[in-house]
Design a protein around this ligand. Structure first.
Ligand SMILES: [Zn+2]
Length: 454
């Protein structure tokens, strides 16, 4: 376990997720809570304060060992690990867990299994399954939505609706009688405004939830309207199944301006690594401007490679839900930075820290994977100091899920979402945060946020 994590445990900053106390007994391969007796395993120096994955073998052992050997070799090479010691053996054991672990939530299982796709020796094709039969009794539940209470008359914007397939057959937009989501205006002048229609980027199995962005055009005249969401077949204009109606006020003039910084729009940074590096630079300069010379940083969704680890003046806790990814990170960094870098597996919704511990909480290309981004931001503001900064970087801005990489992740079972700039602003406001900097490079958002002073 890194010296930094031990320090957090000793000083009472790190809490037991079960009892929220800090009465730790540190053992070589476990963190033991003396308050509630909970026992949290430590693997490859990474404490697992989530500990909700269990092994389930799906492949015959012979087949497994051949593929695992390939993955292990690819990872050892990618991370430039020393092949003389026991590191290849440790990687093999991590690979075995990453392919066998499952959790009650299938999206969490997909996050663990994704390690193998990231480090696959050659790209693994992921295909859509065979075409499903037409779905005669489609049903959905609206889980949440990002529709504002008021819309400016005649304007267009993208709004996400998060739906669960509550029927017993898949939704598919690939077949002739396939399904789409429609949004129709209800009200006196509503008939003049065409319904919005969005197809599903992949087939949605029963029980699965997806956030679908819809391009809405508000009615031309101010007034009270309703917006009816309903499934609709691709081959006609008639909605099918039950609908959900949402009230909307359409207004003639913009209300009070949004709080916080205006958006700085810039050109796309084509290279993924350079885009993330730009996010790190914004964080470094924001800390300098805030006069924070030595920050304690929590990087959420850090995986194998916490981006802020290279900001050498600061302490960094690298948090992720995937212990295997973190363990590879711990093997990669080895004894480097142990005083100021620690890997910790825990649930960001329930981050195991006392209030007011961190100068900065950040995430890179992570916020949009959370099912409830506003809730996770609100939760992550708790371990932040009152004047601390919350940074999100490289989050996708757009109005469509129909990008090859996004579709691929959806097929893997990962929760992919894309939000408009307006939606991100509403998410931040709902979390009690105010942006002090908001920049969009092409389709990549970078924002520095502060807690709203009440
Ligand atoms: Zn406890």
């Amino acid at each position: 376990m890194s010296a930094l994590i031990q320090r957090l445990a000793h000083e009472g900053s790190l809490l037991c997720p079960a009892c929220r106390q800090a009465r730790w007994k540190l053992e070589p391969d476990a963190l033991h809570c003396e308050q509630c007796n909970a026992h949290w395993p430590v693997r490859n120096g990474v404490p697992d304060l989530f500990n909700r994955y269990r092994a389930q073998t799906s492949e015959p052992p012979g087949q497994q060992s051949a593929r695992h050997a390939e993955w292990t070799a690819a990872i050892v090479q990618a991370l430039e690990l020393d092949t003389n010691g026991d590191l290849p053996e440790r990687v093999a054991e991590i690979v075995s867990r990453a392919s066998n672990w499952a959790c009650s939530d299938s999206a969490y299982t997909a996050e663990i299994n994704d390690l193998l796709d990231r480090f696959a020796p050659s790209p693994v094709p992921i295909e859509m399954g065979p075409l499903p039969a037409p779905n005669h009794q489609p049903a959905f539940q609206l889980v949440r939505h990002y529709l504002p209470e008021a819309l400016l008359a005649g304007t267009e914007q993208s709004v996400n609706f998060r739906l669960t397939n509550s029927g017993d057959a898949p939704w598919s937009s690939r077949i002739k009688q396939g399904l789409r989501l429609s949004a129709r205006w209800l009200g006196a002048d509503a008939a003049d405004t065409a319904p919005a229609l969005t197809r599903f980027p992949i087939d949605i199995a029963p029980g699965r939830t997806i956030s679908l962005p819809m391009r809405l055009t508000a009615p031309a005249h101010p007034g009270r309207y309703g917006l009816r969401l309903q499934l609709q077949r691709a081959d006609n204009d008639i909605p099918v199944g039950e609908g959900v109606d949402l009230p909307v006020q359409v207004v003639g003039a913009a209300g009070a301006p949004d709080e916080g910084a205006p958006i700085d729009y810039r050109a796309q940074i084509v290279d993924y690594g350079e885009d993330h590096a730009a996010g790190v630079e914004i964080i470094a300069s924001s800390l300098r401007e805030a006069g924070i010379g030595h920050a304690r940083i929590l990087e959420v969704g850090a995986g194998t490679h916490p981006y802020t680890a290279w900001l050498t003046d600061h302490d960094v806790v690298a948090l992720d839900i995937s212990s295997p990814l973190l363990e590879l990170g711990a093997l990669y960094f080895g004894d480097r930075f142990t005083e100021r870098l620690g890997f910790l597996c825990a649930d960001a919704f329930d981050a195991p820290f006392a209030p007011g511990q961190f100068d900065l909480v950040c995430m890179f290309s992570t916020l949009h994977h959370f099912q409830e981004p506003e809730t996770v931001l609100r939760q992550l503001a708790k371990p932040l100091k009152p004047e601390g900064l919350l940074a999100v970087s490289s989050e996708p801005v757009g109005d469509s899920l129909e990008q090859p990489e996004t579709v691929r992740d959806l097929l893997k079972g990962i929760n992919e979402q894309v939000f408009s700039a307006d939606e991100y602003q509403r998410i931040f406001a709902a979390a009690g945060l105010v942006p002090t900097l908001m920049r969009i490079d092409g389709g990549s958002l970078k924002a520095i946020l502060k807690k709203k002073q009440s």
